[in-house]
Design a protein around this ligand. Structure first.
Ligand code: S3P
Length: 435
């Protein structure tokens, strides 16, 4: 059971320049594609966090040779046919992305694997990934729809599919794309909702025959060619905590350098601008992933009805949008966000609890929230072991009247171990509670 409690004391002005650590989603994919490709790949700026460590550990259990030094990690890839049977159950800890992406990789193998995770991961839905993989020939069983997931060798031929993605999830999409690398025929995916496209971008970087249009993806049989070097951009999701802290604090201005600005990830900026935020973006690099700088100044925000099409582009940042809405004039309505119920915690429920504890009026819907802007008090918040809820609650101290105490904060290490140090470097005041 977690016992790390953090205390965030109210602050006024924050300022400075921040460089956030590497992107979590891209770090997972960089390791996975380097493993699946023959030859050596060096990965720079890989995120060092618990979740990414799980992806490294599982890749090693499947036979990859991974050498880490303090500048880069060096992966000697196995090639698409080189994965070997692990000696034990594969434990993905808190990392839903890793577990689901590996379901795609392991579905076509000639040996049996069992994939499991921690208390939170065991509560998250896995049938949504298992069922399209079964259409490709996978022999998968789940535990009442959840992990542990058992993957046996396919009974017949493993093959590509023509499939409509009804759930707006990059993890489902990526698991199918990964599975399709092991097929002799093509896979076509249709989708009406845009979700993060890092898997597609990374495959293009590996010179793989994938084509993408607004509503479809076609993956053809081909060979992965190592780009030799992959540079992981800063994580926009980590940068988002600084963006919202600067907007809410008085007389504040911060610069975030070299952060990933892939448009399938930056919905937070679009939503906050609609609320009146002063955010400038300068794209400096358009390699396989766009990167650049973001400058944010304190702003008065107003409530809006968040456009449905921006929800999937800000999915991990919606808790921060809820917090910004709590400080905005009038009401903000966020709907079409039911996916939040399937994250590391039920993030709609966790945020209702958080906002009510900080004296904000909120109405809960199955797929979202209606939030009435007000004054944030201090309070004691349970993060429900969810890293993004914990960090959102701590950011609230930039505008709170009294201190905010956040329980259950260990899981910040799954995505952003340097969060407290970086936050305090721009003027926040977050300390560990001595128990
Ligand atoms: C991720 C996809 C999203 C996101 C998660 C990371 C990824 O999940 O919430 O933090 O790296 O593919 P869903 O695919 O379930 O929306």
């Amino acid at each position: 059971m977690s016992n790390l409690t953090l205390i965030a004391n109210p602050t006024k002005t924050i300022s400075g320049t921040v460089i956030v650590p590497g992107d979590k989603s891209i770090s997972h994919r960089a390791i996975i594609f380097s493993m699946l490709c023959k030859g050596r790949t060096k990965i720079y700026n890989l995120l060092e966090s618990e979740d990414v460590k799980r992806t490294i550990d599982v890749s090693q259990s499947l036979g990859s040779n991974i050498i880490t030094n303090n500048q880069f990690i060096d992966i000697h890839g196995l090639g698409i046919d080189g994965i070997s049977e692990p000696k034990s159950v594969l434990d993905f800890g808190n990392s839903g992305t890793s577990l689901r992406l590996f379901m795609g990789i392991l579905s076509s193998q000639t040996f049996t694997t069992t994939l499991t995770g921690d208390h939170s991961l065991l509560k998250r839905p896995m049938e949504r990934v298992a069922s399209p993989l079964r259409l490709m020939g996978a022999n998968i069983s789940t535990n009442n729809g959840k992990a542990p997931v058992k993957i046996l060798p396919p009974l017949g031929k493993f093959h590509g599919i023509d499939y409509r993605l009804d759930i707006p999830s990059a993890q489902i999409k990526s698991a199918i794309i990964l599975a399709s690398l092991f097929c002799r025929n093509k896979t076509i995916l249709h989708t009406d909702t845009t979700t993060r496209d890092h898997t597609e971008n990374m495959l293009k970087l590996f010179n793989y025959p994938i084509s993408t249009s607004k509503n479809s993806i076609e993956v053809n049989p081909g060979i992965l060619e190592s780009p030799k070097i992959i540079k992981v951009p800063g994580d926009f999701s980590s940068a988002s905590f600084f963006i919202v802290a600067a907007l809410l604090s008085e007389d504040s201005r911060i610069i975030i350098k070299n952060v990933g600005l892939n448009p399938t990830r930056t919905g937070l900026i679009n939503i906050l601008r609609l609320m009146g935020a002063d955010i400038q973006v300068d794209i400096t690099n358009k390699n396989y992933e766009a990167t650049g700088d973001v400058i944010v100044s304190s702003s008065k925000l107003m409530g809006i009805k968040v456009p449905n099409k921006l929800i999937s582009l800000a999915i991990d940042e919606l808790p921060l949008i809820f917090l910004a809405a709590a400080m905005a004039s009038d009401e903000t309505i966020i709907r079409n966000a039911e996916e939040l119920r399937f994250k590391e915690s039920d993030r709609i429920k966790s945020m209702v609890d958080l906002l009510k504890n900080l004296s904000i009026e909120v109405n809960e819907y199955q797929d979202g929230l209606e939030i009435k802007g007000g004054n944030i008090s201090g309070g004691i918040i349970n993060s429900f072991g969810d890293h993004r809820i914990a960090m959102t609650a701590l950011v609230a101290s930039s505008i709170a009247k009294e201190k905010i105490e956040v329980e259950n904060c260990e899981n910040i290490n799954t995505s952003f171990p340097s969060f407290i140090t970086l936050m305090n470097s721009i003027g926040m005041n977050i300390i560990k509670k001595e128990l």
